[in-house]
Write a protein that binds this ligand. Structure first.
Ligand code: CAA
Ligand code: NAI
Length: 709
């Protein structure tokens, strides 16, 4: 029989006595984050257990879908509110009655730290254990760096914390993080059974702090090696090195001193701008899916898809859809093309099999949902079509006329165009309300970003359906409006142009790439061009030549390179040399000579640029165009631009995205830069009115995010 003891906690934590076992239930939807009321409630529950003779053991369980998903991320950066988690967990661990954690769903960050401070741990089938603080620029700051090494070994603990990965129940048992597995989905029932078993066995208090670290002898050397690898891998990141310092402290210091060291390093991380950038990225990634149409309309049915075109994008999109459990009919223009399209799809799965990441059976089961063909009749009953044919308006219009003819009423008709006018494509049909842009990024089965481009007549439930598709495909969706290049490619075109100006004014492509990498990007713009193929950008420039403003500055270096057939990696040379199929480029003196030649033609005397000078121009161009995109309503909020660049363009996550970055610099400083650059080129460097307005009002971009929430 359950008996409720006198109120010991806030409602976020409730207690109930079950035959000597005090069930402490954390109930803070949606994921039981450890906000102040939860911490206070846990502390009160521990005091209650300590004070009552009726309590022989304590069982911690989470209500709803999680054990505890960690600290309440919304509290970071605000003044701390007592009690602090380390204090609560020390009290919990020092209780002289056995404490058991029954884990179902996520036990992450501070959530796993709670479990590690308990004396016994039980995991149910859906449990996910991890210390993902590194993804937020942090380290486990409530004893996790000291307790995890004592449970699983120092090296394994360091790897768990540096990777941020989650372990399932069995893996957590194997690692030593949990003691026992249980079936079922009721943590309270399983936990009570385990508690009774432990009590019957006389198993008592067993504190993690008292345990020895199993690999204490070998870990220090292994950690040094890990530190060197980590420094290389996590370029510019602050918290990983501190995580390793904490593990050293666990090996070298008594527990209490280790905790103090952890706290000091945690506070350093908490106060770092990287933490602010990463927390911004965490919420921005979730906010971008919150758009007016998704609130107002329900998605249409979504089971059978068609993809038109089996080239680079069509094949990637097909794989993404198959991986999401959908069925796909792929249509190509003739037998030869569809055979190639089919090969493009199969190649992806063959690659997975070769790497041991897929079985032949799983490949067959997945491809059973794939139907290649050349007749549009096969797509009459599908729910959604994604067109990925050549980037040519007339070709696309012809495809959409055909789709309009064959597809059932209510079918969503999407285009993967990169630049073309979706309103014009929609106008080729009798049902423009069903037409939308779904701009995937290459490789479409891997890249997380999906720009969802809402045209003038797109119906709200079509937009909601597109967001539902993104969710099923585990993409990060961003709502965009129609313009040349939508959010990402439009802004890219402008900062890419700024890079060209810097090139012509004196920096080499290699210096520019190095500056961009030092900022935190994996690659610089000239490396990206070599990877994507210089012919693609060249075709775009030729297409835009007719509409280019003759007064604007145009840098011809890229054309000179492309004219020579130097398209990048695929042709063995581009901005860089790639001898014998090398993936890493070498600097090319002939490219530098071409750059020099172009400078001479225009009478430009080259000057030198520091990395900072390069990046100030690169970023000011990005932010200024971002402000224009906002002004025009192409992006709903600054965070949508941030998400676009974080997930589609390799922008360093710890900087939070370009608009967040601008806030950290101060918008007045960015505007001052633009005004300074405008002295040389007033045509290119026209400040966006929105940026001027925000500076005049003393506001930042985040104020727009908050106003839209
Ligand atoms: N704090 C505050 N809110 C959180 C949260 C947290 N720790 N974790 C999730 N949420 C919120 C999300 O923002 C989202 O809110 P909205 O519905 O308003 O958008 C909601 O909970 C649901 O989250 P998801 O959409 O992500 O749901 P999911 O089922 O896909 O994933 C999850 C659930 C695996 C728990 C995932 O949310 C997640 O990974 N959360 C973060 C976990 C984490 O990093 N914990 C460590 C925190 S740092 C720490 O604990 C430091 C320390 O040492 C004390
Ligand atoms: P691709 O040239 O690799 O593939 C196009 C495919 O369309 C070819 O296989 C061709 O046979 C087929 N096709 C042409 N006309 C057709 C028709 N009438 N019916 C059926 N199939 C037809 O081109 P890619 O790179 O896949 O690009 C496709 C679209 O995706 C373009 O609109 C492009 O702008 C866009 N896109 C491309 C990205 C990239 O990085 N390659 C990124 C995002 C969008």
């Amino acid at each position: 029989m359950a008996a409720t003891l006198p109120a010991a906690s806030a409602s976020a934590v409730t207690t109930e006595l079950h035959a000597g076992v005090l069930v402490v239930r954390i109930d803070n939807p949606p994921v039981n984050a450890l906000g102040q009321p939860v911490r206070a409630g846990l502390l009160a529950a521990v005091e209650q257990a300590a004070a009552s003779d009726a309590v022989r053991a304590v069982l911690l369980v989470g209500a709803g879908r999680a054990f505890i998903a960690g600290a309440d991320i919304r509290e970071f950066g605000k003044p701390p509110q007592a009690p602090a988690l380390p204090e609560v967990l020390n009290r919990l661990e020092l209780l002289d009655k056995p404490v058991i954690a029954a884990i179902h769903g996520p036990a992450l960050g501070g959530g796993l730290e709670v479990a590690m401070a308990a004396h016994w741990r039980l995991a149910l089938p859906g449990a996910r254990l991890g210390l993902p603080e590194v993804n937020l620029g942090l380290l486990p700051g409530a004893g996790g760096t000291q307790r995890a090494p004592r449970l699983m070994g120092a090296l394994a603990a360091a790897e768990l914390m540096l990777s941020g990965r989650h372990l399932g129940a069995q893996a957590a048992l194997d690692a030593g993080l949990v003691d026992q597995l249980a079936d079922g989905d009721d943590p309270q029932a399983a936990g009570l059974a385990y508690a009774r078993q432990l009590l019957a066995q006389g198993a008592g208090v067993r504190r993690t702090r008292d345990r020895a670290i199993s690999d204490a002898a070998s870990a220090p050397a292994a950690l040094d090696q890990l530190a060197a690898e980590t420094a290389k891998k996590t370029r510019g990141l602050f918290s990983p090195a501190r995580i390793i310092d904490c593990v050293h402290a666990a090996l070298e210091l008594p527990f209490e001193q280790g905790l103090q060291r952890e706290r000091a390093l945690f506070v350093e991380c908490l106060n770092s701008p990287q933490r602010a950038g990463l927390v911004h990225a965490f919420f921005a990634e979730r906010e971008s899916a919150k758009i007016p149409e998704a609130r107002a309309a329900a998605p249409r049915p979504l089971q059978r898809l068609a993809v038109i075109g089996g080239g680079t994008m069509g094949a990637g999109i097909t794989v993404a859809a198959l991986d999401a459990g959908l069925s796909v009919v792929m249509i190509e223009r003739d037998a030869e093309s569809i055979a190639r399209g089919q090969k493009n799809v199969e190649k992806v799965y063959d690659g997975l099999i070769a790497k041991g990441r897929m079985t032949a059976e799983a490949r067959a089961a997945t491809l059973a949902r794939y139907q290649p063909g050349t007749s549009y009749d096969a797509i009459a009953e599908v729910d959604l079509v994604i067109e990925a044919v050549f980037e040519d308006l007339e070709v696309k219009k012809a495809v959409f006329r055909e789709l309009d003819r064959v597809c059932r009423a209510g079918c969503v008709l999407a285009t993967n165009t990169s630049y073309l006018d979706i309103d014009a494509i929609a106008a080729a049909t009798q049902r423009p309300q069903d037409v939308i842009g779904l701009h995937f990024f290459s490789p479409a089965n891997i890249m997380k970003l999906l720009e969802i481009v809402v045209a003038a007549k797109t119906a709200p439930d079509v937009v909601a359906t597109a967001f539902e598709l993104a969710k099923r495909m585990k993409k990060v969706p961003v709502r965009a409006g129609v313009c040349d290049g939508f959010i990402g490619n439009r802004i890219l075109a402008v900062y890419r142009e700024a890079a060209n100006h810097v090139l012509e004014d004196g920096a080499s492509p290699y210096e520019i790439d190095a500056a961009v990498r030092a900022f935190g990007y994996p690659m610089g713009p000239f490396q990206v061009s070599d990877l994507a193929g210089g012919d693609i950008g060249w075709a775009t420039r030729k297409r835009k030549a007719a509409t280019r403003d003759p007064r604007s500055r145009y840098v011809e270096v890229a054309d000179r390179i492309a004219e020579r057939g130097w398209y990048g990696q695929k042709t063995g040379r581009g901005w860089y040399l790639y001898p014998q199929g090398a993936r890493t480029g070498q600097e090319d003196p002939e490219v530098l000579a071409i750059v020099d030649e172009e400078r001479k033609k225009k009478g430009i005397v080259p000057r030198s640029f520091t990395h900072e000078g390069i990046m100030r121009r690169y970023m000011a161009a990005m932010v200024n165009e971002g402000a224009r995109v906002l002004e025009e309503g192409i992006a709903l909020r600054p965070l949508d631009i941030d998400v676009t660049f974080l997930f589609g363009y390799g922008f360093p996550r710890w900087r939070g995205g370009p608009m967040h970055w601008a806030d950290t610099q101060g918008l007045d400083r960015v505007l001052a830069d633009i005004r300074e650059f405008a002295k040389e080129d007033p045509q290119f460097w026209q400040p966006a009115p929105l940026l001027e307005q925000l500076v005049a009002e003393g506001r930042n971009f985040d104020s727009l995010n908050r106003a839209a929430a």
